[in-house]
Write a protein of this length. Structure first.
Length: 149
């Protein structure tokens, strides 16, 4: 086994480290060092001056929907090579794609069950009236409560 075989991998590793460190150095050298003004920190809303302060954080559901999009985007990307070589893969390829699709569909069902696609405020059910008993029902229709017991 020769070390020459790993020379290209070492070269790519060195190039990757140089690119990453060079990006950080260039960013620190080229970035403005003065503090931003209020106009630059304000959100841009197509020329409309904001009347209220924007919320500091997006709801978590926004990120969940984004992750669902990424998951299904990746599934579609993996379907193209499968469709191209479908005949060469045969039954093994079909089973593998079905397992992959079932896993992605299971993830979608889990996210829907957790409420990832439900927008708006969370609704909690609150009991409107106390539990019904025979005596409380008789009291409601106007009978004497002492006779009901």
């Amino acid at each position: 086994m020769s070390v020459d075989q790993y020379l290209s991998i070492l070269g790519l590793l060195i190039l990757g480290v140089l690119f990453a460190s060079g990006s950080f150095v260039a960013s620190s050298m080229l970035a403005p060092h003065k503090r931003s003004s209020d106009a630059k920190l304000a959100p841009y809303e197509c020329g409309i001056v904001p009347e209220i302060e924007p919320p500091q954080r997006f709801p978590v559901r926004f990120y969940l929907v984004a992750m669902i999009f990424v998951i299904f985007d990746i599934e579609v990307v993996f379907m193209y090579p499968f469709a191209v070589v479908f005949r060469q893969l045969g039954l093994f390829g079909l089973v593998e794609v079905l397992i992959f699709s079932a896993a992605v569909f299971g993830a979608l069902l889990f996210l829907v069950a957790e409420g990832a696609l439900t927008w708006g405020p969370v609704k909690h059910l609150v009991p409107g009236m106390p539990a019904r008993t025979s005596s409380s029902t008789i009291v409601r229709i106007g009978a004497d409560p002492d006779k009901a017991a």
